[in-house]
Structures are given as structure tokens and as C-alpha cells.
Design a protein around this ligand. Structure first.
Ligand SMILES: Cc1ncc(COP(=O)(O)O)c(C=O)c1O
Length: 354
């Protein structure tokens, strides 16, 4: 094999790969921040309807227009500010592969590990600023360090810690760095306190990343979108993105789902109420630290109880995301907020372990 290729493959082999959740048959899935408060029958009904509308012999054309129209209504911005992709993962990948070359990115840690993996894959140097013990952003340190980078990634609310930094703080960062590409990942924004879409037209360097995988319960359909200034969004749609990034079926599913925004919002409200209940109950438990969440999941440090908690949860058929020790936090676990029944089962099981 040519040397350059085998060298490159050897280097890629050594990188951390994104770890997908393990599928445990019949388990209660609280490991990937999906929305199970949405009725499965509702999603099936939409999917059947979408199949009927879809002729897979044809390339999708007007289906893109339909989705842009619905996304524009939903997000409250004109469609000239939008771009779509096969999940926001794919949009992140495209942006990093086009704009990341020879650049340096600032992140805080812990944050969305896929973003870190993709920076490493594309040889984008990473400057990592640790969050405080309580997962707050050390503002001065971050501003100082970010000043030396080209790209800034802010996950808002943050995965895995769940918190959303204050709106004024995020706007201050954006206002400070007009010369940098700023990516605001709003995958969980429906569960948070604010969104930055209303500000987008003012900035030519800010890109908001969104997805229908979380609140809209469509992780399997792979639909993401971005909101950016007119020039960035247009170049993304016409030149950077491939011509048919979503299949006709996913396009139809997404368009239909967005027309049921009211129902989706009801499930979001239910999850927020459940989040408070789960948070309050976890707070009462001995030997764990629970983090305030503005997302559809809760992050906790379980210290020496980590192994015991995981083994009890597994025995009782519950899947959660187990991180171990990360960025100064010990025995970290992230649990998705599910239906009341799922959450009851989780609370009962974890209380047995501590
Ligand atoms: C912060 C964050 N951004 C983006 C994504 C990717 O979402 P999608 O399913 O649209 O690729 C996720 C998925 O877990 C996420 O947690």
C-alpha cells in the first residue's frame, strides 16, 4: 500500500471513534436523548402517510421546498436563512471539512463528543476549556482562550451536562468574536430557556445547528437543519451540501411532523415537568451529584457507586449513557427523561443501588 495512505489510515485508527449506544433487547432506552413521550402510534401514522406520498423512483424536488416552508414557519426565520442535512451530525461534518482545514477550534469540556471526534478526524487543533465543577462556563478564561482560535463551538443546552448558559453570556461571546466562525448547537433547544434564531440575521459568522432527532422524535429519519445569515445559508444549500441530502421519505416525514408542532410541544412540556420530578428525587439520594438540566436528560456524578448503579440498572433492563470519569467529573452517567413510567422505573432502580 502507498505509504501516505497507510500512514493516514494508521493515524485515523488511533483516533477515538464516536461510541454508539449498545442495543440491549427490550431494555428501557434512556441512553440517547430520544423522545419517547411522543406516542409511537403517532410516529407510525405519520410514516405511513409519508410513504403514501412518496414515489421513490423520482429524485426529491418539491419535497425540499415543502420542508423549507415548514421549517421556516416553525423556526420563525425566513427560508433564506435555512439549510438542511442528514441529521445535524452531517451538517457539522460538512462545515468542519470545508471550514476547518488548518484552523483551531475552541470548545469547553465536557461537551458533545462527536464534535470533538470530527475535529480530530479533520486535524483541527482543539483548545479545551474545562467547565467549572458545577458545569458553568469560566467566562474570562474562555474569552481569553477563544481569542486565539478560529472556530468556537457552544452546545446550548450542553450535552452531556444538560445546562444552558445564560443568554447574555452567549451573546457576549458572539459579540466579542466577529472574526470567528461560531457554531451554536441547539439540538436540545426546545427543552431550554431561549434560542438564538431571532438574532441570526445580525451576524455573518454565526451558525445555529438544529435537529428533529430530539423533541420531534425523528432520530431514525435523520433530519437536521442550520440557521445562518443569508450568504452562509445560500452557499451551504447550493454549493456545500450535496444536491439530495435527504431521501423523499424523510423529507415527507419531517414536513408532516412539523405540522403537528402543538402536540410535540405538549410532550416537551411533559418532559420538562418530569425532568423536575426526576431531578428533585435524585437530589434526595445519597452519594451522587445531580446537575441542573435545561435539556431532556440529566447528568450525574456517582463517584464510587458508579459500577453498582450501572450493574443494577442493567439487571433491571435500563440503558443509560455511562461515561466513567470525564474532565474532572467522577463516575458520570447521563439519563434521558422518558415517560413517567420509564422515569419511575429508573428512579426505583437507582435508589436500590445507592
Ligand atoms: C448536541 C448534539 N448535537 C447534535 C446531535 C446530532 O443530532 P442528529 O441526530 O441530528 O445528527 C446530537 C445527538 O445526540 C447532540 O447531542
Amino acid at each position: 500500500m502507498t505509504n501516505w495512505l497507510s500512514d493516514r489510515l494508521d493515524k485515523i485508527c488511533k483516533l477515538d471513534a464516536y461510541v454508539k449506544p449498545e442495543r440491549i433487547k427490550d431494555s428501557i432506552k434512556l441512553d440517547a436523548n430520544e423522545n419517547f413521550a411522543l406516542d409511537g402510534k403517532f410516529i407510525s401514522k405519520i410514516a405511513l402517510h409519508a410513504i403514501k406520498q412518496t414515489d421513490l423512483r423520482e429524485y426529491p424536488l418539491e419535497q425540499f421546498e415543502d420542508l423549507y416552508r415548514q421549517l421556516s414557519t416553525y423556526s420563525g426565520v425566513d427560508k433564506k436563512y435555512l439549510g438542511i442535512g442528514s441529521g445535524s451530525d452531517q451538517i457539522i461534518e460538512l462545515i468542519l471539512s470545508i471550514f476547518g482545514r488548518n484552523q483551531k477550534a475552541s470548545i469547553f469540556t465536557p461537551t458533545f463528543s462527536y464534535f470533538i471526534n470530527r475535529c480530530e478526524l479533520h486535524d483541527i487543533a482543539l483548545d479545551r476549556v474545562p467547565l467549572t465543577e458545577d458545569a458553568e462556563l469560566p467566562k474570562l478564561e474562555f474569552l481569553k482562550r477563544a481569542a486565539r482560535s478560529d472556530i468556537i463551538y457552544i452546545c446550548s443546552p450542553n450535552n452531556p451536562t444538560g445546562n444552558q448558559f445564560g443568554e447574555n453570556l452567549v451573546l457576549e461571546i458572539i459579540d466579542t468574536f466577529k472574526d470567528k466562525l461560531i457554531l451554536i448547537d441547539e439540538a436540545y433547544v426546545e427543552f431550554g430557556n431561549y434560542n438564538l434564531a431571532p438574532h441570526i440575521a445580525k451576524y455573518d459568522n454565526v451558525v445555529i445547528l438544529r435537529t428533529l432527532s430530539k423533541a420531534f422524535g425523528l432520530a431514525g429519519a435523520r433530519i437536521g437543519y442550520l440557521i445562518a445569515n443569508e450568504k452562509f445559508a445560500e452557499i451551504f444549500r447550493t454549493t456545500i451540501q450535496s444536491p439530495y441530502p435527504l431521501n423523499s421519505f424523510s423529507l415527507a416525514v419531517a414536513t408532516l411532523a412539523l405540522s403537528y408542532e402543538r402536540y410535540v410541544r405538549q410532550t416537551v412540556e411533559l418532559i420538562k415537568r418530569e425532568r423536575k420530578r426526576v431531578f428533585d428525587e435524585l437530589l434526595e439520594m445519597y452519594g451522587i451529584k445531580v446537575f441542573r438540566s435545561d435539556a431532556n436528560f440529566i447528568f450525574l456524578e456517582s463517584y464510587d457507586s458508579y459500577g453498582r448503579i450501572l450493574s443494577v440498572l442493567k439487571k433491571e433492563g435500563l440503558s443509560v449513557k455511562a461515561f466513567g470519569d470525564i474532565d474532572g467529573h467522577r463516575g458520570c452517567i447521563r439519563v434521558t427523561i422518558g415517560t413517567s413510567e420509564m422515569n419511575d422505573k429508573f428512579l426505583k432502580s437507582i435508589s436500590k443501588a445507592i
